[in-house]
Design a protein around this ligand. Structure first.
Ligand code: GTP
Ligand code: MG
Length: 193
């Protein structure tokens, strides 16, 4: 999809301001490749790759092509994080997912090489409970052989009870499909909450 016009709206540890745009959120375990995926999707270097895990307990908001807001949510599952940070994460992310009015799609990133992790399963359950539409993208698929990837796909999809989209920030695989889903999701009417 080429490159996009991206403006950083801000980093919000509490209340996230209204943008008037349909919003797409990105969630996933720390180190899953979230920043890389955002950069690949936007054709721009907007998110810092491999920042110190667990430090940013805030929603980072970007305005994209004056058409969408992309919300980069703090990653989960990092090791050695004090309980109060974990609690803060839960509070921030759950409140956002529960209440965010313009949210149209939650892109959940998982690592294609691993089976579904408990926190990923938990996230999927939360999204189903909240009736939030989601798209699971399985990152780093370029690191798998053809054989390994079909096996890994079955394992992941069974564990998450959801279809996955193989994705690679390195090769660009999956980028067009993500954009198709983003575009389609923002054409649907606003959910009533
Ligand atoms: P945190 O913000 O620290 O939670 O990590 P993140 O989820 O934003 O991951 P990030 O994009 O920083 O990537 C983590 C590491 O994985 C980096 O070394 C990336 O270069 C690598 N990586 C990310 N995506 C891919 C991919 O699709 N393929 C390959 N081969 N490496 C990737
Ligand atoms: Mg990151």
């Amino acid at each position: 999809m080429g490159s996009h016009v991206v403006e950083f709206v801000g980093s919000f540890p509490g209340e996230v301001p209204a943008t008037g745009l349909p919003e797409i959120a990105f969630v996933g375990r720390s180190n899953v490749g979230k920043s890389s995926a955002l950069n690949a999707l936007l054709g721009a270097r907007v998110a810092r790759v491999s920042s110190t895990p667990g430090r940013t307990q805030a929603v980072n908001l970007f305005r994209v092509d004056s058409s969408w807001a992309f919300a980069d949510l703090p990653g989960y599952g990092f090791a050695n994080v004090p309980d109060h940070v974990r609690a803060q994460w839960k509070e921030l992310v759950e409140r956002y997912l529960r209440t965010r009015d313009p949210l149209r799609l939650v892109v959940v990133l998982v690592d294609h090489r691993h089976k579904a992790q408990p926190l990923d399963v938990e996230m999927m359950a939360l999204l189903r409970h909240l009736e939030r539409p989601s798209l699971v993208i399985a990152t780093k698929v370029d690191k798998l052989t053809r054989n390994a990837r079909s096996k890994a796909r079955h394992v992941l999809e069974a564990g998450l009870d959801a279809k996955i989209l193989p994705f690679s920030s390195e090769t660009g695989e999956g980028i067009d499909e993500v954009w198709k889903t983003v575009t389609a999701s923002t054409k649907s009417p606003a959910p009533r909450r």
